[in-house]
Design a protein around this ligand. Structure first.
Ligand SMILES: Nc1nc2c(ncn2[C@@H]2O[C@H](COP(=O)(O)OP(=O)(O)OP(=O)(O)O)[C@@H](O)[C@H]2O)c(=O)[nH]1
Ligand SMILES: [Mg+2]
Length: 498
């Protein structure tokens, strides 16, 4: 053992950063506080030796023997009514050195509240002395308490079988055999396992043997430090184990709640996903139908172009220019509008069918009215002859009539046919762009469908529970790490115990 002061080894443990437990359940926060409280106790400079035992076994008498003076009240009848502490250094005759506080406790199993007050002292004890009476058989209650002291203090317990004077000389060996048998497994490598002393504290006939020098020696040596470290680390370890089981229980409960919500969510989600995907499928269907009927839309466009030209003709314009630059954008807008309407309410924003780049390349079609040539020619002629403008007008009218008569054809219809043919050409040129546009819209809808296949919206309650679960996990991790440190420290201090 090369550790100069085992407690120094523990100092960093008390400083280990507390996990962020604000979001952990209350039971976990309480368990963390308890573990931290025990960790903080690691560095207490005072050390506590607690004397415990059944009623009138001679505890106060033993305390006095350790202090070297009658400090504690000893009485045949009056029970010690409260734990009483004595600082070893306050008594010059004390057999103990160092910052040890000796705690005299009320007798166990006499009065329940006093029994509890005595046992409460275990919570801050570094070492216990369990007093038994040589003239009374070790009771079941004493065995239970003995076991509890041993576990709580990691074997830091020394047994004193007092009142040996009450036992016949011939039976003393039997008492020792019996005690050793009954207390097998108690104690540890530092104090002995079990460490039993046989004493007599009768007034005027005190027989303590080596007890006081032995105890004074062990507590002021390096072993004293290690003894203190072991019980304190044991308590930190126990608190951490309690924390771990609290975390495990809370985790299980949380996971169950999350699962319940998840199942409920999953049903709602499935419905929601199915609804959205159904809407997308319907939207796709509408877009596909529109696309399949593009020819009909094209015919409308052709008719619009013809109507436009027709209006120009009826206005008496001699030369007509098909206004592609307004007709085609309207065609494109019609497609964009139809797509937008088809996917209305769906979680996608369709692109507009944009022809601005394309239009620049469209040549405008100029259709010359064949009648115009004849009419204007005749009008010009008559006008020139008469030098009269009204004559020219009449010439134009006559020319029209002549033209109709002479050519015998519906000129307007021919013009419109030419416009329609030009419109169809335009649409044929435009078709690849239109198809590409529809491909793009369809790809977008397919992407949306894929996205909503395993889409999960964040449920706030679930997120909150998940957050708690994360907090629990970090607390559990903290406890595990600290417990590892505690185990390592125990191993350093006393390999057989750690
Ligand atoms: N014969 C005999 N009497 C003892 C011995 N030890 C203590 N006594 C006496 O037993 C009585 C009780 O002793 P205490 O030391 O007060 O016992 P205690 O365990 O502190 O008693 P409580 O605190 O009330 O439980 C006193 O009269 C003591 O003098 C012993 O070894 N032999
Ligand atoms: Mg007493």
């Amino acid at each position: 053992m090369t550790l100069a002061d085992p407690l120094a080894r523990l100092l960093p443990l008390a400083d280990i950063i507390t996990p962020d437990a604000a979001d952990a359940p209350a039971a976990v926060r309480a368990a963390i506080s308890a573990a931290l409280h025990q960790s903080a106790a690691l560095i207490n400079t005072r050390r506590r030796l607690v004397v415990l035992g059944s009623f009138k076994t001679g505890k106060s008498s033993l305390v006095n023997a350790l202090l070297g003076t009658q400090a504690a009240a000893v009485s045949t009848v009056e029970p010690s009514s409260a734990p009483e502490s004595f600082r070893a250094e306050d008594y010059v005759e004390s057999g103990l050195r160092g910052p040890w506080t000796i705690v005299d406790t009320p007798g166990l199993f006499h009065q329940p509240d006093l029994t509890q007050r005595a046992l409460d002292e275990l919570e801050s004890a570094d070492l216990a002395i369990l007093l038994l009476s040589a003239d009374t058989i070790l009771s079941a209650q004493e065995r239970v308490v003995g076991r509890r002291i041993d576990v709580t203090l990691r074997g830091n317990v020394i047994v004193v079988v007092n009142r040996m004077d009450m036992v016949d000389e011939a039976e003393r060996a039997d008492v020792a055999t019996w005690a050793e048998q009954a207390l097998r497994g108690h104690g540890n490598a530092l104090v002995g396992s079990p460490r039993i002393f046989y004493t007599s504290l009768a007034p005027g006939g005190t027989e303590l043997g080596w007890f006081v020098p032995w105890l004074g020696g062990i507590l002021s040596s390096g072993s004293g430090d290690r003894i203190v470290a072991i019980s304190r680390l044991g308590r930190v370890g126990a608190a951490l184990q309690r924390l771990q089981s609290t975390v495990a229980a809370e985790r299980a409960a949380l996971e169950q709640r999350i699962e319940l919500i998840r199942v409920g969510d999953e049903r709602r989600l499935d419905e929601e996903r199915a609804r959205i995907r159904n809407d997308i499928a319907e939207g796709r269907g509408r877009v596909r139908t529109y696309r399949a009927n593009l020819d009909r839309r094209d015919e409308t466009f052709v008719a619009e172009a013809a109507a436009d030209a027709s209006a120009m003709l009826r206005a008496g314009e001699m030369g007509i220019t098909v206004r592609w630059d307004s007709l085609l954008p309207r065609y494109a807008e019609g497609i964009s509008d139809a797509v937008r309407e088809a996917v209305l309410g769906l979680p996608i924003t369709p692109p507009a069918f944009d022809l601005s780049g394309w239009l620049i390349h469209v040549e405008s079609l100029s259709a010359s009215h064949p009648v115009a040539d004849v009419a204007s020619a005749l009008g010009d002629l008559l006008g020139q002859v008469s030098g009269d403008d009204s004559a020219r007008q009449r010439g134009v009218a006559a020319g029209r009539w002549v033209s109709r008569a002479v050519f015998g054809s519906d000129v307007e219809e021919r013009v419109l046919k030419a416009v329609e043919a030009a419109a169809r050409n335009r649409l044929a040129e435009l078709r690849p762009d239109v198809e590409e546009y529809f491909d793009r819209v369809d790809a977008l809808l397919r992407e949306a469908d894929a996205y909503f296949t395993d889409w999960t919206p964040a449920s706030t309650e679930r997120a909150h529970l998940q957050h708690m679960l994360d907090a629990l996990e970090s607390v559990g991790e903290w406890a595990k790490q600290l417990l590892g440190e505690v185990g390592a420290a125990l191993h350093d201090i006393a390999p057989s115990i750690g």
